[in-house]
Every structure is written in structure tokens, then in C-alpha cells.
Unconditional design. Sequence first.
Length: 364
Amino acid sequence: MFVISTRNFPPEVGGMQNLMEGLAIALVNHGPVKVFADKSENFEKYDRTSKIEIERFGGIKLLRKYRKANRVIDFIKNNKNIRSVFFDHWKSVEKINSEVIKGMPSFCLIHSKEINHSKGSSLNKRVLKSIDKVSYVIANSNFTKNLAANIGIPEKKIHIIHPGCNKPIKIQKNVQVQVENIFRGSFPKIITVARLERRKNHQSILMCIRNLKEQFPKIKYISVGDGEERNDLMKLVKELKIEKQVVFLNKVDEKLKFGLVKNSNLFLMPSIKYKKSVEGFGISFIEAASYGVGSIGGKHGGAEDAIQNEKTGLLCDGDDIESIYKSISSFFKNDNYKQYGSNALKFSENFNWGKIVRKYLNLI
């Protein structure tokens, strides 16, 4: 049996939630899986139809953390057939008694910003104390591995296992009609699927769209996601007079989201480092690749593990609008985007969950 203790799990939406669900489903093919997760909206409906045994915890955050940890400890003590334990975050392992998981293969996944605290700070000490309990620290990219080593995590303990990617879904005819109504014969069709936050760098994208209008009169940019930057970005669209070129979609179901991705020519997310927040990997690049769409990402962070520069897409300096602009122009020069898309599709096969979960099992 495999045990997963996670703060992030569907039906709550997000990259971490998809990661932990993908891992759980992939592990089911190798034995029973028990998930301990936080409650979220409509969780009962999700749990009823899931192939995974899920136990949920609600209430005040601090108390929930202790109750979940105590339940995980009791479950491990009372079950002798547990092969390994997985934690999605250092905070998920923080209240676990180290003696309970001692001698048992245990994993703590790290992603970048949640461990990015100054060496010697109180948060840094908490991170190191928590992570000391587990057998393996799983970094989502080379960037995150280097960050972990720099903040004091023993390098011999760190292994790079990239997030897996679900198989692309078939786009139904009714969804295709919706997509075509949104794009309406435009070219190039550019998309970003991400929260509207400073790190994702939507402001720079919008300024590039304005500058690209003359070169590409039929350009269309679709932003899928919501966040604290939404109002400011909507104002910027009006100031730049690009209302006809830009569409913001904040509530989109998975079918339409991937329909838009599949019909796009470029997935664009030139992320930057903002305060302590940085792109640890970028599973969205791989999701786009699985639909045969190449990407442009920011060179700051772990995107270089998700994009093969000048093969499946391009890496640019997200802090430099000119770099983003030139990368987009180059992406479409001589129909380069077609080759990037073809290469990206092949590259995405490396992130099949069947292959990814085998890397975990090889450590057990």
C-alpha cells in the first residue's frame, strides 16, 4: 500500500492538485493507495467516483494540520503492509513523528518557492527539520534541486523527478465550435494558462501584443485564469487599445481549456522571479506540448527542464520586453512554430505518468 498526505488535491483546481492526483492514479497500478487530503468544495462528489480511497480533513487550518498528522501516524502504525509514504509539501510532514516513518521509504516533494527562505531564518530551520525526516526529497527540476542544496538540504538526498502529464483529451465537436468562435480565423493564436499574478508576467505579454499588431494584423491572445492582477490587466488592455486582440477567460472547464490550447500556435508564459516566487518547473508547457503546441518561457527558474530551447520552443528573458517580443517573432519566422510543435509532441512522451511513477518505484 502507498500512503499520500497532501494539502492539495482535486476537486480543488491547480497545478499541485493535478500533480498529486496524477501521482495517486499512477500508483494505483502498482498497489492500493490511501490519500489523506484537505476538504474542498464539492469533494464528496469527487470522492464517490474516485478509484482512490480518500480521507478528508476540514476545520481551522492549524487544528486540521495536527488532526491529519495524527491520523496519518495512527494509520501507518496500524498497517504493516505500507510500502512508502508521499508528502506534497514540507508542511505536510512537519508534524509527523520521525520514528513512525523511520526505515520506510518516504518522499517529500519540493517545488521552489515554498522552500525559498533565507538560510538560518526560522522558516528555513522548519523546512530543514521537516525534510530531515524523509528518505528522499523530490525536486521538480534542476533549478529546484540547486535551490534546495543552497538552502541547506543535503544534496545526496535530492532526486529530480519531473511532474507527470496526463494524456491529452479528445476535443469534442461542440467544444471545437466554441474554440473557433473565440479565435475566429485569427493568426497567430497565442495562449497562456496561468493565475493572473505578477510572476506570470502578463503585463509584458500585453505590451508585446500591442507591438506585434502591425506584424500580425490578425493576432489573438487568450489568457485563461484568474487572480489578483485581473483588474489591472483589464485596464492595461484598454490603455494599449488591444481589446480586439485580447480575451480574458477566468472560468473555463477543462474541456474548453484544452480545446483552446490544442488550437493555439504558441503557449506563452515568460515568467519572472517576483520576490521569493519563481517558476519551479512549468507543467503547463508539457501539457501544451502533449497537444503539439510549442512554448516560450522565461529563463529564470525551472522552465529549461520543460522547454528544450530552440527545439520545442524558446527561452527568453522575462524581465526584458524586447527579448519576449523577439522570441515571439522568431517563433513564427519561416513557420518555425510548426517544427517546435512537432518536436514538443515527441518530447511530451517523456512525462507520461507511467514513466514518471517508475522513477519513484525505483527508489523504493
